[in-house]
Every structure is written in structure tokens, then in C-alpha cells.
Ligand binder design. Structure first.
Ligand code: CA
Ligand code: CA
Ligand code: CA
Length: 156
């Protein structure tokens, strides 16, 4: 693979499965009435969240996105997959192995130590942890999100 550039991203092909799963999941959270399409209102809602949403709103949205199985909390495995996907999409160099980074962040944020992140833990944790916040900001990169929504509107 070597060079992961934005051109491969826009085609949505040749991405690794993790990145693809992430995009699918992102698409599903924007497809609010679950009909398989991003209609105009959903598109506007998504864009306005990305552009003007308050931090709290964005964090709630992230939480929904990260909770892949929809059970209301994020486990270590879900967090790991999402962070892997974000790195795959952004093609960022990783100084720390993903597993190590995930464990470090997870242990800090899982305040009551039950092995799952509740919405409260997630929101509080993101506010307090710059490292984690930075990763999430990357995951809501406007150019990427807009491109994904746009291409899905026309290709589905
Ligand atoms: Ca829809
Ligand atoms: Ca979950
Ligand atoms: Ca917890």
C-alpha cells in the first residue's frame, strides 16, 4: 500500500477493511431514518453538526458512532477498531502502537473500571484528555466527512 493518499479515499476502494467499516458506520449514523440514503435534510443535519455543532453535541455523535453494536456503551474492542480506522483514513504516522494507545486512553477514561465507557465517561474523558480529543478531531475532519457524504449521496 505505501502511500495512502486522499485520492484512494475519495474512491472508497483500496481502503483497508477497518477504514471501510468506519465509513459504513459513519454513514449509518447520518442516515437517521435508516432507509439507506442520505437525503437532503440528513445531509444538512450532518453538515451543520460538523460545521457548527457544539463540542457536547459532537461528542454525543462520536459516542453513537463509536458504539458499533449500539448497546449504549463503548468497549475496548470498539474503541480499538475506531482508532485503527481513523489512522487508516488519515494515513497518519503512529508513534505508539494502536493497541497501546487505545489501552492507555481507555484506562484513563473508564473511571469506574467496569471495562466499558458510558456516555458520561466518554464525554468527560474527551474533555480532560488532549490526546484522545485530538484523535477524535481527526475523525471528524470536515473535508473527509463532506466527501464521504457527498459520494454516498450519489453512488448509493
Ligand atoms: Ca435516510
Ligand atoms: Ca458497544
Ligand atoms: Ca466505565
Amino acid at each position: 500500500m505505501g502511500n495512502s493518499s486522499s485520492s484512494t479515499f475519495f474512491g472508497l476502494r483500496g481502503l483497508d477493511p477497518e477504514a471501510n467499516a468506519y465509513i459504513e458506520q459513519m454513514f449509518r449514523t447520518f442516515d437517521m431514518n435508516k432507509d439507506g440514503y442520505i437525503d437532503f435534510m440528513e445531509y444538512i443535519a450532518a453538515l451543520s453538526l460538523v460545521l457548527r455543532g457544539k463540542m457536547e453535541q459532537k461528542l454525543r455523535w462520536y459516542f453513537k458512532l463509536y458504539d458499533v453494536d449500539g448497546n449504549g456503551c463503548i468497549d475496548r474492542h470498539e474503541l480499538l477498531n475506531i482508532i485503527k480506522a481513523i489512522q487508516a483514513i488519515n494515513g497518519t504516522e503512529q508513534q505508539v502502537p494502536v493497541e497501546e494507545f487505545t489501552n492507555r486512553v481507555f484506562d484513563k477514561i473508564d473511571v469506574n473500571g467496569d471495562g466499558e465507557l458510558s456516555l458520561e465517561e466518554f464525554v468527560e474523558g474527551a474533555r480532560k484528555d488532549d490526546e484522545f480529543m485530538e484523535v477524535m478531531m481527526k475523525s471528524l475532519d470536515l473535508a473527509h466527512i463532506a466527501a464521504v457524504i457527498h459520494s454516498r449521496r450519489h453512488s448509493v
